[in-house]
Design a protein around this ligand. Structure first.
Ligand SMILES: [Mg+2]
Length: 188
């Protein structure tokens, strides 16, 4: 399978949290992060939630006020991503093709002031798209728990099956780091 083409180290996120609002954004800022790339499905909303709740709109306003630039980077289609991001008033890249570099590069082209890769952090729920894509470009990454597994699309479920085998490999590769990141909670 395709994931065997990549080094195990590329699947380790920089940080892992259960939800986006638990992320220590002040620490990310201190570590030099200026640009946040954020996944949409199962990271910010489940597939059935088409419009962000008021609390999430306020949450992103506060994050922007902290000085972060924010771009939503999603593999989902234009309509779904546009409707959600317009409500959040955030720029976005749809059909990003994570883990390939296409969408990440498009996102970097959206911002006025250039940033270095180490000043970029990708936040998402999938090791094989969000974390791997960021690592390959030497960007930081934060892994969060998927919001809801029940309604996942078939390709996401396929990714989850591959993810399980990657997780086992990661555990063998560096069990200390694996445990420190709390990744065992993703293994059933
Ligand atoms: Mg996702």
């Amino acid at each position: 399978m395709i994931h065997y083409l990549f080094k195990t180290a590329h699947f380790f996120p920089t940080h892992a949290y259960e939800t986006v609002d638990q992320i220590d954004f002040a620490a990310l800022r201190l570590s030099g992060v200026k640009l946040l790339l954020i996944d949409l499905d199962n990271t910010l909303a489940d597939y059935e939630t088409l419009v962000p709740p008021r609390t999430q709109i306020d949450f992103f306003k506060a994050l922007s006020a902290q000085g972060f630039q924010i771009i939503i980077v999603s593999n989902n289609g234009e309509n779904r991503v546009r409707d959600y991001c317009d409500a959040l008033d955030l720029p976005y890249i749809a059909r990003a093709k994570k883990p390939f570099s296409t969408g990440f590069r498009k996102a970097l082209n959206l911002i006025d002031a250039p940033v270095k890769v180490e000043e970029v952090c990708m936040i998402g729920d999938q090791l094989l798209t969000d974390v791997l894509g960021a690592s390959r470009l030497a960007m930081k990454s934060v892994l969060v728990e998927p919001l809801r597994k029940k309604t996942e699309r078939w390709y996401t479920r396929l990714n989850r099956n591959m993810e399980r085998s990657v997780l086992k490999r990661m555990k063998r590769h560096d069990s200390k780091r694996f445990e420190a990141l709390g990744l065992s909670r993703r293994l059933p």
